[in-house]
Write a protein that binds this ligand. Sequence first.
Ligand code: F2R
Ligand code: MG
Ligand code: MG
Length: 351
Amino acid sequence: AVEVLVGRFRGSMVGALMGDCMGAPFEAEPRAARSVLNSYFKRLSSPDIKVPYKAYTDDTAMTRCVALSLIQEKGYNAEDMAKRFVKEFYAEPRRGYGSNVVDVFAALRISKFEDVYSPASRQFGGSGSYGNGGAMRVAPVALFYHPASDQKVASVAKDMALITHGNRLGYNGAVLQCLAIREALRTPTNQLDVVKFIQSLKEMMKKVETLGEDEILEKGQIEFEYTGRLSRLASLMERGDQVSIDVVEEELGNDISAHRSVPTAIYSFLRASNSIPNIEAETAFMRTIHYAISLGGDTDTIASMAGSIAGAFYGIAEIPESLQRHCEGLAEAIQQADQLHSLATNTHPPP
Ligand code: F2R
Ligand code: MG
Ligand code: MG
């Protein structure tokens, strides 16, 4: 059982990395046809091909910071995490960061990390960012806090997102993505029940989205945005292969906002648990990555989030080594997964 769980931790971290590295060349580009993606993966899988690795982007740069901070601090420490984000950004600013989050890094640095949540709360005239940057980096939280309660996991995911994303759509997107990885991690591989999986997330999000005393709804926002999108997701799943990419884009979205990308990543994982017409993939994990990229838009992030859910469910054994070898930072992702596993389950149970 321990080996299975280690494989799932590795699967989630490597899955997130692979979605980012494989999806990045298609981000914000015209949608790639399934036939083009079949050739892309086939070419990369060939043992003869020795292309340079596929570089990771901001998604992985920030995920690594979250993992290293949890490992070093043996739990969530907001100041340490914020310092790591800032240090990482100024060391390698050209990893394709969101255009506004960089202002948060600058303000954190100028303020000498006095109040790490303050700069994000001032973004967008005080409404905060609803970008998917909090959600895209949340996998290590789901892994490290895997033995903790739903409430504890949700609260750390929210706080971790709040360092850069003050809008409730931004941080609640991180909470949903975290809960989806957690749900995948604890579902036996031969027992995926799509209806139950979605229902369980809906029940948890209903509680998460119930308006807190310190929260206000902005003009145009609804209280149960994610719960509602999970209902739409469930309807799409009922329609199986009848659902076109245009319908997914319209109903769930494929852009850089959290509410129009996190449900899409979850849908990609669930839809790809069965075969999909014209997608040739070695494993269901690879079908997830392929399908997520085929949706277009924010391909690196949607594939990364879908990959971290799928990897937590299928485990690393379902991620072909012929493709893993192309990802920059593979060894670090595996090492961090092992350290998170060891901390989560043995020596240092999460507080
Ligand atoms: N930045 C990108 N992709 C842009 C295309 C890159 C291209 N490949 C290239 O080569 O140039 N990707 C990365 O950014 C996303 C995560 O962004 P994050 O961290 O959430 O950033 P930010 O700046 O906070 O938000 C992103 C944008 O969302 C809009 N937005 C957010 N909140 C808003 C609000 N309250 N009101 C209005 N707009 C809001 C803004 O346009 C922000 O700039 C990932 O895709 C990652 O891969
Ligand atoms: Mg990116
Ligand atoms: Mg992206």
